[in-house]
Write a protein that binds this ligand. Structure first.
Ligand code: G3P
Length: 238
């Protein structure tokens, strides 16, 4: 199936470039947005709150996830409440552990019970999915981001794990599974196939959305033309 209109999965855009994000906001296939401190650092963002608030001024009506960055749970809680106050469409990303491997499960439960919309991030095991799903409960809409691409980077097929993760979340109708860190456009269709609710896709992969379902004879011809054009541009001779 290569028709974007028939997809049940929601596509979120993952990035930290203001212009790119605002451009993607015009794209009807983009149902929400995520970012993280690594992407923001790569984009040279220095003023975290200023950047986030500017985005939220332009995008008040689609889910937008921003991440806490403290390594201490008390401070993470303070940051989470502050981030949550920036808009009704905000989801607060909480890493599944801190850097000392201490689980965020208690903080997740506390914030979810208090009505904070969360996106628990950087999960890679089913044990983490079970623990976080139980902590989130069904009080408030929430996301669980499993880094399927990073799992694939280790030589493991993420599909069975992601499929099981969908089942683990299924008793909680306010929880949605995010297929995070996709490695190629085809992962949108992999995630769709296993019933994953959301996939968050980087801007470079999203550029390929326009060729979904493209005729392969045409695509082959475009490729041949590309080689020819570049050879001419380079002025090659033999
Ligand atoms: O949403 C997760 C993503 O930003 C991390 O991706 O490519 O660093 O594994 P990656």
């Amino acid at each position: 199936m290569t028709n974007l209109d028939k997809l049940k999965i929601k596509i979120f855009a993952d990035g930290a470039e203001l212009d790119g994000i605002l451009e993607l906001y015009k794209n009807r296939y983009i149902a929400g947005f995520t970012t993280n401190p690594t992407l923001m650092n790569k984009s040279g963002i220095k003023d975290y709150e200023g950047f986030a608030r500017k985005l939220l001024e332009h995008i008040p009506d689609r889910p937008f996830s921003f991440e806490v960055f403290s390594d201490e749970f008390d401070e993470m809680e303070r940051q989470a409440l502050k981030i949550a106050s920036w808009g009704k469409n905000v989801y607060v990303k909480i890493p599944v552990t801190n850097t000392r491997r201490e689980s965020s499960v208690n903080l997740v439960k506390k914030l979810a019970d208090a009505g904070v919309q969360l996106n628990v991030t950087a999960l890679m095991t089913l044990e983490q999915v079970s623990d976080i799903s139980a902590a989130l409960g069904n009080n408030v809409p929430s996301y669980i981001s499993v880094f399927a691409g990073r799992i694939a980077d280790t030589g493991r097929d993420p599909m069975p794990l992601m499929k099981r993760a969908v089942e683990i979340l299924s008793p909680h109708n306010k929880q949605e599974l995010i297929w995070a860190s996709p490695r190629e456009l085809l992962n949108i269709f992999h995630a769709e196939e296993i019933g994953c609710h959301i996939i968050t896709v980087t801007h470079d992969i999203l550029k390929k959305l326009s060729i979904v379902g493209k005729d392969l004879d045409e695509y082959s011809l475009d490729t041949v033309k590309m080689f020819r054009d570049d050879a001419v541009k380079a002025g090659f001779s033999l």
